[in-house]
Every structure is written in structure tokens, then in C-alpha cells.
Design a protein around this ligand. Structure first.
Ligand code: NAP
Ligand code: ZN
Length: 351
């Protein structure tokens, strides 16, 4: 298969720093769009994968699934994009397109396994794996390319491709509406988008945080109230009052305190902790018919709907723009809970 060598950044082992790597991208096939990457967001999942937190990472890992760029080439079967278009690529680059999940626009749950943007077996190149957006360009099937509203700030749009859809999808699936009391746990990349979306949907938004110093920002982002989860009195005040909680904590944690916040029949959706949670008391769910659920990114159709909503309501991320060469510091700062509220790499620095 014809390939081109391009510049990227990645890790060759779980304990190594990220460093410059040369990787191969396939030549454009009939359904493909080639994208010159201008910006790429830094998701906590990039760190989990680079560090093999979830096990199953295959090295080298080139992370990056919040990709923004301009189309530079299209295959002869491409209908929806042309050279020069502003586009995005999120967490997936392929799926079977025929199973019942794919038919319901839920490619993230493809029964044959979705091809994720990095660290997935590459269907186009047997034996190889996918490499993400910490790179100068990418080649993607047009079905997995998103259209980016031109009125939005290009760099600040990158995080919508993962942090945006991952918070939008549960708010939409569980039908959060005007007047609902919605809690968002964790003011990081995902959480700050959760606050913006819940606010835009008309909910009464409560930022639930371990970091009291983030309270002022939470309100600027759209929270009506701030609840410091370490403050037992404050937690008690909000007991049994939430219609919906979006939980973005990236690690295993105590569940009981948060379950106590839910109303009867209310749901808490987990998106962060892909690892064992601390044991919790069944009574906390039974006494109130409460639910815990999970959610994984969102389908391609839903991602486009989210982007169009953002274009209409002028919603983007709050970002810190960095050069590719600063990525190791960015990883350390995200791990230390020190980012406002998403790092985005300016890919000019790699070219
Ligand atoms: P992030 O920017 O690091 O934000 C996580 C936030 O959680 C922190 O800012 C902090 O907020 C809070 N937090 C951190 N450690 C905590 C702890 N031990 N206990 C309580 N709160 C804690 O991460 P992110 O990029 O938003 O990602 C969050 C998680 O979602 C990651 O695990 C990521 O892999 C996962 N993820 C899942 C999906 C999906 O489809 N399900 C998609 C993307 C990412 P406060 O300071 O406000 O407490
Ligand atoms: Zn992500």
C-alpha cells in the first residue's frame, strides 16, 4: 500500500516522554479525505493510553482525537467535502457500517468494534494500528469527517470533537431540559463543556468540584451554583435534589456521596472512570429507584448535530494553546489537575 512519511509526536513505551516520530499515512483512497491538521486537543484519554493506564496500549502510541484541519485532497468517490473545507475528526475513523449499532448511528458501539483514531487495528493496513492527531496530517474516510462551523474559533473548536460530544451525548440521551437541576462532577476538559451545554439547554447547573478555587470560573462558564464535594455540610444541603448528574472523574472513586445527591428516579452517568470503582451500598440506589449509567463519546450524526448547535450558539472550549514541543509539560499539568480547561496543540509548531 502506498504511504507517505509524516511528522508526529508519540511515545514508544508507557514510561517514556513523548518525542518526535516519523509515521506512515496511507495514500488517499476513493472515499478518503486528506486533512492538513491545524490544531489538536489534549484529552485525558491521550494520557491514559500513552501511559497504558487501561492496559492494551500498543506502542508506539501517537495520541490525539480532537483534530481540526483543512482538506487538502479528496478521493474520487468523496461527495461531501472539497479542498479547503474546515473539518474535524474525533475519536473514531471507521466502523463496519452494517451492524445494528452502526445502522442506528451508534458507530461507537459497532458490534465488530469501531476503529478508534489511535491505538486501534487499522483496517486499511493489515497488521498496523491507527495513529492520532499529534501529527501534521491524517487521511480519513469521509463518513468519519465532521463539518466545522466557520464562525467558530478554529483552535477552541478542537475539544468539541471529544470533550464536546462526550458531554453532549448523555445530556441529550437522558433528555436534560429547561429547569432540570443538573450536576457536573469535575471541572476539567469534559466537565467545562458539560457545564456550558447544560446551561445552554436551560438547566439549573451545579458544578460539583474538589477544587473550591475553580468556583469563579465555573460560574463564568455557566454554573448557577458551586458544590465543593469535600464539604460535608454543603453536600448534605444538596441531598436528594438532582435530576441528573454527569460524572467526569477520571479515576476510581467513592460513589455513595454522589448517589446521595440524586432525586428519586434520577440518573448519574459515568464517562470518566474506566477502572474499578470503590464498592458502594446497594441501598443508595434501591432507596430511590436511582440509576447509574455509562456513556461513550457519541455517534457521527450526533457529533455533527452538536457541532451545528455550537455554531448556532457560539459555543467553544476554553483553551490553553501550546506548541507540540510542550506536550510533556501539558501531560504533567493535566495529571496534576492544572489546566484551564483544555490544552490545544498549535500544529504549526510541528511543521
Ligand atoms: P481532566 O481535564 O483531567 O478533568 C477531570 C476532572 O476531574 C479534574 O479537573 C477534577 O476536577 C476532577 N478530578 C480529578 N481527579 C479526581 C479525583 N480523584 N476525585 C474527584 N475528582 C477528580 O480530564 P478530561 O479530559 O475531562 O477527562 C475526564 C475522564 O473522561 C478521563 O478519564 C477520560 O479518559 C475520560 N473520557 C471518557 C470519554 C467517554 O467517551 N466516556 C471520552 C473522553 C474522555 P475538579 O478539580 O473540579 O474536582
Ligand atoms: Zn478524548
Amino acid at each position: 500500500m502506498a504511504t507517505t512519511t509524516i511528522k508526529a509526536y508519540g511515545v514508544t513505551a508507557a514510561t517514556e516522554d513523548l518525542k518526535p516520530l516519523a509515521i506512515q499515512r496511507r495514500a488517499v483512497e476513493a472515499d478518503d479525505v486528506k486533512i492538513d491538521i491545524t490544531y489538536c486537543g489534549v484529552c485525558h484519554s491521550d494520557i491514559h493510553t500513552a501511559r497504558d493506564d487501561w492496559k492494551g496500549s500498543t506502542y508506539p502510541v501517537v495520541p490525539g482525537h480532537e483534530i481540526i484541519g483543512r482538506v487538502t485532497e479528496v478521493g474520487n468517490g468523496v461527495n461531501n467535502y472539497k479542498v479547503g473545507d474546515l473539518v474535524g475528526v474525533g475519536c473514531m475513523v471507521d466502523s463496519c457500517q452494517t451492524c445494528s449499532s452502526c445502522e442506528q448511528d451508534l458507530e461507537q458501539f459497532c458490534e465488530k468494534g469501531a476503529t478508534f483514531t489511535y491505538n486501534s487495528p487499522d483496517k486499511h493496513n493489515e497488521g498496523a494500528q491507527t495513529y492520532g492527531g499529534y501529527a501534521t496530517s491524517v487521511v480519513v474516510d469521509e463518513k468519519f469527517v465532521l463539518r466545522i462551523p466557520e464562525n467558530l474559533d478554529e483552535a477552541a473548536t478542537a475539544p468539541l470533537l471529544c470533550a464536546g460530544i462526550t458531554t453532549w451525548s448523555p445530556l441529550s440521551h437522558w433528555k436534560v431540559k429547561k429547569g432540570d437541576k443538573v450536576g457536573v462532577i469535575g471541572l476539567g476538559g469534559l466537565g467545562h463543556m458539560g457545564v456550558k451545554f447544560a446551561h445552554a439547554l436551560g438547566a439549573h447547573v451545579v458544578m460539583i468540584t474538589t477544587s473550591p478555587e475553580k468556583g469563579k470560573d465555573a460560574k463564568r462558564l455557566g454554573a448557577d451554583e458551586v458544590l465543593v464535594s469535600k464539604d460535608a455540610d454543603d453536600m448534605k444541603k444538596h441531598q436528594g435534589s438532582f435530576d441528573f448528574i454527569l460524572n467526569t472523574i477520571p479515576v476510581g472513586h467513592e460513589m455513595d456521596p454522589y448517589l446521595g445527591l440524586l432525586k428519586i428516579d434520577a440518573t448519574m452517568v459515568l464517562v470518566g472512570a474506566v477502572e474499578p470503582l470503590k464498592p458502594f451500598h446497594g441501598g443508595g440506589l434501591i432507596g430511590g429507584r436511582k440509576r447509574i449509567a455509562g456513556s461513550l463519546i457519541g455517534g457521527i450524526k450526533e457529533t455533527q448535530e452538536m457541532l451545528d448547535f455550537c455554531g448556532k450558539h457560539n459555543i467553544t472550549s476554553d483553551i490553553e494553546l501550546i506548541d507540540m514541543q510542550d506536550i510533556n509539560t501539558a501531560f504533567e499539568r493535566v495529571t496534576a489537575n492544572d489546566v484551564k480547561y483544555r490544552f490545544v496543540i498549535d500544529m504549526k509548531s510541528l511543521k
